[in-house]
Ligand binder design. Sequence first.
Ligand SMILES: Nc1ncnc2c1ncn2[C@@H]1O[C@H](COP(=O)(O)OP(=O)(O)O)[C@@H](O)[C@H]1O
Ligand SMILES: [Mg+2]
Length: 246
Amino acid sequence: MSELTRGFTDGEEVLRLERLRKTYNPGTPLELEVLHALDLRLARGELAALIGPSGSGKSTLLNVIGLLDSPSAGELYLLGQPTRAMDDAQRTRLRNQAIGFVFQFHHLIPAFSVLDNVLMPLMIRHGKPTPGDIARARELLDAVGLADFAQKKANQISGGQQQRVAIARALVTQPALLLADEPTGNLDTRTAEGVFELFRRFNREFGCAVLVVTHDPRLSASCARTIELVDGSIVSDQANPPPRPA
Ligand SMILES: Nc1ncnc2c1ncn2[C@@H]1O[C@H](COP(=O)(O)OP(=O)(O)O)[C@@H](O)[C@H]1O
Ligand SMILES: [Mg+2]
């Protein structure tokens, strides 16, 4: 792990939302504000669960934070940088530099090898992978328990294994912020717990901030902090008691 540890300082700000709003279909009869003036701050080293009923705006919020979609008002700071005024190229660069994303459906490229899937964000960044890139990708595959699967095609492994590959891929750029949208939504309880254990471990070892959407109260309680979104507003945001030793 040592190569991958970046030694982020806890407490440094990774994410800040100020009065952030998102409106779909503005100026049309279908106009709908789904995020209402959200304020939120996430620091390096934090592990936070985002919970809330279906339709409350969790995916919208993650997509906006991940620079996949734009806010309609307010400001979104990533690594201290205001993002509203950025153009597409600047947003793409910041996303690739600062953010790892894990989706409910892994979005791996089925015909590519597991290793090439993990390398993809680095290839997008600078083309042909360097020996250092390959070493890092292999180290991450080892960390998610898939060292022996590097050369398998992504469609030849199980759903739980695919989600582990997606996590390795999200972390290969050493992001300051890892976003995960219901990453265990399709997995059985034990596999889901294993995936969460990876988030806890990478949060601890890499010091990246993690914001993960889950419906499972046991999984959210295993995060240090739980943020609850209802109808596009944050209705609670609290620290969870540390897990009791087994
Ligand atoms: N692309 C879109 N266009 C219009 N409305 C959308 C779009 N995406 C989501 N919504 C609406 O925004 C609200 C929040 O959705 P979403 O962010 O997916 O919630 P969650 O992830 O908490 O289930 C819902 O009412 C949903 O129908
Ligand atoms: Mg969702």
